[in-house]
Ligand binder design. Structure first.
Ligand code: C2O
Ligand code: CU
Ligand code: CU
Length: 507
């Protein structure tokens, strides 16, 4: 039975990870007798309005040649003000969020990377904590050599010159960069290493709108440092108790009455899901992970799991006042352990103020965006996600926990199509992410109905898709342009580190 499994698992985990007492308290706190299916009153987290909203800073481009964007990037520990507390985060260039890299289709992006993370011993996975590398999540670029090569591992003090040829990247989307050293990814991203990577769109209809980037991330601090991971965190996915937009708690974003703004939102959290809404305002989705949609899709709320991006247009009310951008309760399957499933969080406040304007949302966004028909004879690959049940701190793809010496490997031929059927055999949702080639969603079984309807009817390109607990997802994956060894994994980064990752060998 589903119900008994659901309750048995956290208990077993608790026993073997010596966290029984925590779980016992959490369960007691649920108000005894409230079993699955009951509606718990959400915990309302409504911090006072904070500072004025700010976009992340822009990464300086040191190139003077048009068509080349060249940046210096240093991974290092630096003091960052988190909601009034100065904490030593893991950063790129000493800022959180990391600076936004801005490029356009066809550019050559050069990153002079320096690893200045200190060597501070081994983590729970047995990996040296300084080891890192760079991943450009969402870019359709080569996964080899000094491009988006996530097989690399750079030690403290090492320099590396990355180069990304964006001539085949379709453009018009928000991507993000973060570390991808297996075993260290979760701790480093939790510690602050994540930045936006914006590929400009060439859609004149969108040029005139006030546009912002929003990076959603949570963190918990332990004194002046990011809270350490526990075994339980690796199984559940680590959620924090400070929720930030661009590093600020509940910042205030001004809009004029009737104004339309465009927001490019990325979930840069390790494990927290956000179900976004803005009062009675519609969120008009105009783009997804991989680019713009044909037209706006009106949503009353949008579910965004770790690694996903959404490009939305919002038309402010004509009534002045404060409106809360909320993250609404959503049970990703771990609410027993983290409480995350029952929280309602104020992420940002829109202040509708000033002189009214008469903006409108365009009816057409990218007329050439279409849903692909599945080509006849397309082969199907089955990928099953599962979790260790007995506290072994392992997660699997097709029964194999990823390691440098053993991984489920998908062998694909370049310039073909595949259908990937991804099954979730566990009791929590997993955001499934593949590198290099975005996909279209054919179908989703289980999970949030608005999410399913948006991504199975619109011409959305997705590189990260929620595979609902006990459910499945079917993707049409065009394998285009690039050969090489890359990967796919759960974007709850703790799950990636404990093995829910496979290799993708494209020839
Ligand atoms: Cu954003 Cu392989 O990851
Ligand atoms: Cu990625
Ligand atoms: Cu997962």
């Amino acid at each position: 039975m589903k119900i008994s499994q659901r309750y048995a698992a956290p208990l077993l985990l608790g026993l073997v990870s010596t966290l029984l007492s925590t779980h016992a308290i959490a369960m007691g706190g649920m108000g005894g007798g409230c079993m699955m299916g009951c509606t718990t009153t959400p915990t309302v987290i409504d911090p006072p309005r904070g500072a004025a909203f700010q976009d992340p800073v822009t990464m300086p481009n040191i190139s003077t040649i048009s068509g080349i964007v060249e940046v210096n990037m240093e991974a290092k520990v630096a003091p960052i003000n988190i909601n009034g507390v100065t904490a030593n985060l893991m950063t790129y260039n000493g800022t959180y969020p990391a600076p936004t890299i801005k490029v356009k289709k066809g550019d050559l992006l050069k990153v002079h990377f320096k690893n200045s993370l200190p060597y501070t011993g081994l983590n729970m996975m047995g990996d040296a904590r300084d080891l890192t590398n760079l991943h450009t999540h969402g870019l359709h670029v080569s996964p080899e050599g000094n491009s988006d090569n996530t097989m690399l591992s750079l030690m403290s003090g090492e320099l590396f010159d990355y180069e990304y040829d964006l001539s085949l990247h379709p453009g018009g989307n928000l991507n993000f960069y973060h570390p991808h050293r297996h075993g260290n990814t979760a701790e480093q991203m939790w510690g602050g290493m994540a930045g936006a990577l914006e590929v400009a769109d060439e859609t004149p209809a969108l040029a005139a709108y006030e546009t912002h980037i929003m990076m959603l991330k949570d963190i918990s601090l332990d004194g002046a440092a990011p809270a350490a991971h526990t075994m339980d965190d690796f199984m559940s996915g680590k959620e924090g108790n400070v929720m930030m937009v661009n590093g600020k708690v509940n910042p205030v974003l001004n809009m004029k009455p009737g104004q339309v703004q465009r927001w490019k939102i990325v979930n840069a959290s390790n494990a927290r899901f956000y179900k976004l809404s803005l009062g009675s305002h519609n969120l008009q989705v105009i783009g997804s992970d991989g680019g713009l949609l044909n037209k706006p899709y009106a949503q009353s709320s949008i579910l965004l799991s770790p690694g996903e991006r959404v490009d939305v247009m919002v038309k402010a009310s004509t009534t002045k006042g404060y409106y809360k951008l909320l993250s609404n309760p959503y049970d990703r399957g771990m609410s027993m352990m983290s409480g995350g499933g029952s929280q309602q969080i104020t992420l940002l406040t829109v202040n509708v103020t000033g002189t009214a304007v008469t903006n409108s949302i365009p009816g057409t966004i990218n007329a050439s965006a279409v849903r692909l028909a599945v080509p006849a004879g397309t082969p199907t690959r089955q990928i099953t996600l599962s979790m260790g049940m007995m506290g072994g701190m392992e997660a699997y793809i097709n029964g194999i926990a990823f390691s440098e010496t053993n991984a489920y490997t998908a062998h694909s031929s370049v310039n073909t199509y595949e259908i990937w059927e991804v099954f979730n055999q566990s009791m929590m949702d997993h955001p499934f992410h593949q590198h290099v080639n975005p996909a279209q969603v054919i179908s989703i079984s289980g999970g949030d109905s608005a999410y399913k309807s948006l991504y199975t009817t619109s011409p959305a390109w997705k590189d990260t898709v929620i595979v609902p607990k006990g459910g499945s997802v079917k993707l049409l994956v065009p394998i285009k342009d690039y050969t090489g060894m890359t990967m796919f994994h759960c974007h709850i980064l703790e799950h990636e580190d404990i093995g829910m990752m496979g290799l993708w060998d494209i020839r």
